[in-house]
Design a binder for this molecule. Structure first.
Ligand code: COA
Length: 145
């Protein structure tokens, strides 16, 4: 059993741990503190008791929601946590007037692409060399809601 709640300052250490376990170039502590002050940002965390086991970040600009990051702790993967985080994000931003959700995903990241496709996201194109660490292309995906 886990709970999904809006991100608060006390969740940041747990989020940073998952960032480090999940990405070659993890976001910094300062980046997440900035997001807490950013009026466009909307973040959710999944909690197993008090432990952060996953999170999703987004920016809501007018009627579009741009997912900035999503990750689940390696020990909690394939339990449907990311899928649920995206579903809850979708239902919440819909109430805020959002009509479409978009994101970029590495062309090599097939697990994440499978996750998004399983929720109805469609591929809309490629951003060449979007990831500056290895110049990898990004697949642009959209879900109309
Ligand atoms: C991608 C990620 C967020 C998925 O989180 P998760 O909680 O394990 O995903 P879910 O359990 O909700 O999976 C839902 C569906 O996504 C797909 N999927 C998830 N992980 C997969 C994998 N490793 N291989 C293939 N398909 C996968 C499956 O269709 C899965 O449904 P199923 O388990 O019934 O087959 C997680 O693997 C992660 O944190 N990866 C590192 C960070 C990352 O790549 N983030 C995305 C950046 S764009």
């Amino acid at each position: 059993m886990y709970l999904v709640v809006p991100m608060e300052e006390r969740h940041i250490p747990g989020i940073l741990e998952i960032e480090k376990l999940s990405f070659h170039t993890p976001w910094s502590k300062e980046a997440f503190y900035q997001e807490l002050k950013n009026h466009f940002a909307f973040y959710l965390v999944a909690l197993d008791k008090d432990k952060v086991v996953g999170y999703i970040g987004s920016w809501i600009i007018l009627d579009e929601c741009h997912i900035t990051n999503v990750a689940v702790h390696p020990q909690y993967r394939r339990l449907g946590i990311a899928k649920n985080l995206i579903k809850i994000l979708k239902d919440t931003v819909k109430i805020k007037g959002v009509t479409g959700i978009t994101l970029e995903v590495r062309v090599s990241n097939h697990s994440a692409q499978n996750l998004y496709k399983s929720l109805g996201f469609l591929e809309y194109g490629i951003r060449k060399g979007y990831y500056t660490d290895n110049n990898e292309d990004a697949v642009i995906m959209w879900l109309k809601i």
